[in-house]
Design a protein around this ligand. Structure first.
Ligand code: ATP
Ligand code: MG
Length: 410
C-alpha cells in the first residue's frame, strides 16, 4: 500500500472501506445517494470503489465532477462528454439504439439558452421561460440511456459547488434555478420511462444541506438516501498504519501506531496518511531517535505554517455556506472551543453569542447557538462529549484544534 495523501485512492491503496462501499452499492439498487462530508474524507475514493463494484455486476457507471460548472448547460456538457466513452462498453444493439440519437444531443446542449447573469430576469418565472430547455434536453439524455438494457450509475461529484456557483453568478434568479435543478432531479427524472435503470450518487464537501435549509428547499433532497463516511475504528486505523509501515520498512509497533491514532483523534484515513508521510520523512533523517518522539513531531508539523494547507478549507467552508454573521459567530465558538483539548461547556459557548449580541433577547441568542452547534456537529468540527458526566463540545480532529488555536494566538 502506497502512502498517498491527496489524490483519490483506488485498488490496493483503497484501505478499510470495502464493506462500506458494498453497503453503498447495495443502497443504490433501490435508491439514490447523497454523500456529503468535509473535504478529504475519502468521498471520491469510495464512490470509485462503488462504481467498480457495480461494474462487476453489469452496470455502466460514469463520473462527472461539476465543480467548474457555472450553469445547467455546463452540467449537461459534462454528462454528455462522460457518456460518449461509456457507450463504447455497452452491447452493440443498445449502442445502435441510442448512440446516434445521443450524438445529436451535443449540439442541442450547446444551443441551450440560459438567463444571462446580471441582466435582471427579475420576476420571470424560469419555469415558463427558455431556461426550461435544459430540463427537456437533460430528460432526453436520460431517456436515451434508460433504453440500454443495463443499469446506470451517474456519480456527480461536487454538486453543491455548482449550485453555489449558479446562485453567486445569478443573484436575480439563481435560487429559483437551483430549486428547479433539484426538482428536476427529484421529480422529472423519476417520471421518465426507464428511470429505474438510472441511479445517482451525488457527493460534495460544501453543505448542500445548509443551502437547501436556508432557502426553504429541504424537500428537494429528501428522497435521496443521506450517507456519510465515519472515521476508521481505531483497529482499522492501526492496521492501515502497520501496512504502510511494512511497505516503507519503518519499525512501527502497534503501540506506536496507537499513539499516532490518539494524536490525530479522528482517524479519517487522510490525516493518518499525512501524519505517516511526515513520520516517514523524519525517520529517514533521524533514524536513531525514539519513535514516539518522532510521531509527536510528525503531528506537530501538520499544524505548522507551510504544511497546514488542509486546515484552511475548514475555515473557508464556514464562510461559503453560512451568512456572514453566522460564520463569524461560528468562528468565535470554535475559538473558545479550541482552547482546551477537552472542549468547552455549552453555557460558556452560549455566553460567547450573548457577548456578541448584547441587545438580543435570550431566546434569540439561544436559538442561534442551537442552530450553530448542530451545523458544527453535522459538519464534523466538533462533537458533544458527555463521557465525563458534563457535556462539552470538543474538536473532532485534534490537529485541527491545534491549528485553530495557533491561528488565534498572537
Ligand atoms: N479508503 C482509503 N484508504 C486509504 N486512504 C484513503 C482512503 N480514502 C481516502 N484516503 C486518503 O484521503 C485522501 C483523499 O481522498 P479523496 O480524494 O477520496 O477524498 P475526498 O473526500 O473526495 O476529498 P475532496 O473533498 O478534496 O474531493 C487520499 O489521498 C488518501 O490519502
Ligand atoms: Mg473528492
Amino acid at each position: 500500500m502506497d502512502n498517498i495523501a491527496g489524490s483519490p485512492v483506488e485498488g490496493a491503496n483503497f484501505f478499510g472501506r470495502d464493506k462500506e462501499a458494498a453497503r453503498l452499492a447495495d443502497i443504490l439498487v433501490n435508491d439514490d445517494i447523497l454523500l456529503l462530508g468535509p473535504r478529504r474524507i475519502g468521498k471520491t475514493s469510495i464512490a470509485r470503489a462503488v462504481m467498480a463494484q457495480l461494474r462487476t455486476q453489469g452496470w455502466s457507471a460514469i463520473e462527472i465532477n461539476v465543480a467548474s460548472c457555472i450553469d445547467e448547460r455546463g452540467f449537461l456538457d459534462k454528462l454528455d462528454a462522460a457518456l460518449a466513452p461509456e457507450l463504447a462498453t455497452i452491447s452493440e444493439k443498445a449502442r445502435n439504439l441510442i448512440g446516434n440519437a445521443l450524438s445529436a444531443v451535443g449540439s442541442r446542449i450547446k444551443s441551450i439558452k440560459l438567463p444571462i447573469p446580471g441582466t435582471g430576469g427579475i420576476g420571470v418565472d424560469i419555469k415558463d421561460g427558455i431556461a426550461e430547455e435544459w430540463a427537456a434536453v437533460a430528460c432526453d439524455v436520460l431517456r436515451l440511456i434508460g433504453q440500454a438494457e443495463n443499469n446506470w450509475l451517474i456519480y456527480v461529484d461536487e454538486l453543491p459547488i455548482m449550485l453555489f456557483n449558479i446562485m453567486r453568478n445569478d443573484p436575480a434568479t439563481g435560487v429559483q434555478r437551483v430549486r428547479r435543478f433539484l426538482d428536476w432531479l427529484r421529480n422529472d427524472v423519476r417520471g421518465l420511462p426507464g428511470a429505474h435503470a438510472v441511479r445517482w450518487l451525488i457527493s460534495g464537501s460544501v453543505g448542500l444541506d445548509t443551502l437547501v435549509q436556508q432557502h426553504g428547499m429541504a424537500d428537494t433532497i429528501n428522497s435521496l438516501s443521506h450517507q456519510s463516511l465515519p472515521a476508521f475504528k481505531d483497529e482499522v486505523a492501526i492496521a492501515m498504519l502497520k501496512e504502510l509501515a511494512a511497505h516503507y520498512v519503518i519499525p512501527l509497533t502497534p503501540d506506536d501506531a496507537r499513539s499516532l491514532v490518539e494524536a490525530v483523534q479522528w482517524p479519517q484515513p487522510y490525516y493518518l496518511q499525512v501524519a505517516f508521510h511526515h513520520l516517514r520523512t523524519l525517520v529517514s533523517s533521524h533514524a536513531d531517535e525514539d519513535m514516539r518522539a518522532l510521531i509527536a513531531q510528525a503531528v506537530d508539523i501538520m499544524v505548522q505554517p507551510g504544511s497546514d494547507n488542509d486546515f484552511y478549507h475548514w475555515e473557508q467552508r464556514l464562510h461559503q455556506q453560512l451568512l456572514q454573521t453566522d460564520a463569524s459567530h461560528a468562528m468565535a465558538l470554535l475559538n473558545l472551543c479550541s482552547q482546551d483539548r477537552q472542549g468547552a461547556r455549552p453555557e460558556a459557548l452560549l455566553a460567547v453569542i450573548e457577548d456578541r449580541l448584547p441587545h438580543a433577547l435570550p431566546e434569540v441568542t439561544r436559538r442561534i447557538f442551537i442552530n450553530l452547534h448542530d451545523i458544527l456537529e453535522r459538519d464534523a468540527y466538533w462533537w458533544p462529549d458527555d463521557s465525563s458526566g458534563v457535556k462539552r463540545y470538543r474538536f473532532r480532529l485534534e490537529p485541527l484544534r491545534r491549528w485553530w488555536l495557533r491561528r488565534n494566538t498572537l
